[in-house]
Design a protein around this ligand. Structure first.
Ligand SMILES: [Zn+2]
Length: 85
């Protein structure tokens, strides 16, 4: 894990280890990774990831794109354009 002790964004020192959903994008391809360990700022919600975790996700995404690895599942994603009401 990262040894982040203070939020670089807001300066808050209350950070909690948890897991989150991470959206990785590379070469126009997207990969959603569930249960990624991170440290989250209790105040502003900024999330910090260990560099090893990010490297692993990047390697896994590349393996999936090159059909060397099978993802756990596929989801349909709706895409919309924002229009002010
Ligand atoms: Zn913060």
């Amino acid at each position: 894990m990262t040894d982040q002790e203070q939020c670089a964004f807001c300066g808050n020192t209350h950070l909690t280890a948890k897991t989150t959903r991470y959206l990785h994008q590379a070469q126009g391809e997207m990969l959603i990774v569930e249960h990624v360990p991170c440290i989250e700022c209790d105040f502003c919600g900024e999330q910090y990831f260990d560099v090893q975790v990010l490297k692993q996700i990047e390697a896994d995404h590349q393996a999936i794109n090159e059909h060397r690895k099978q993802p756990a599942r596929f989801v349909k994603v709706a895409v919309d354009e924002f229009r002010a009401a």
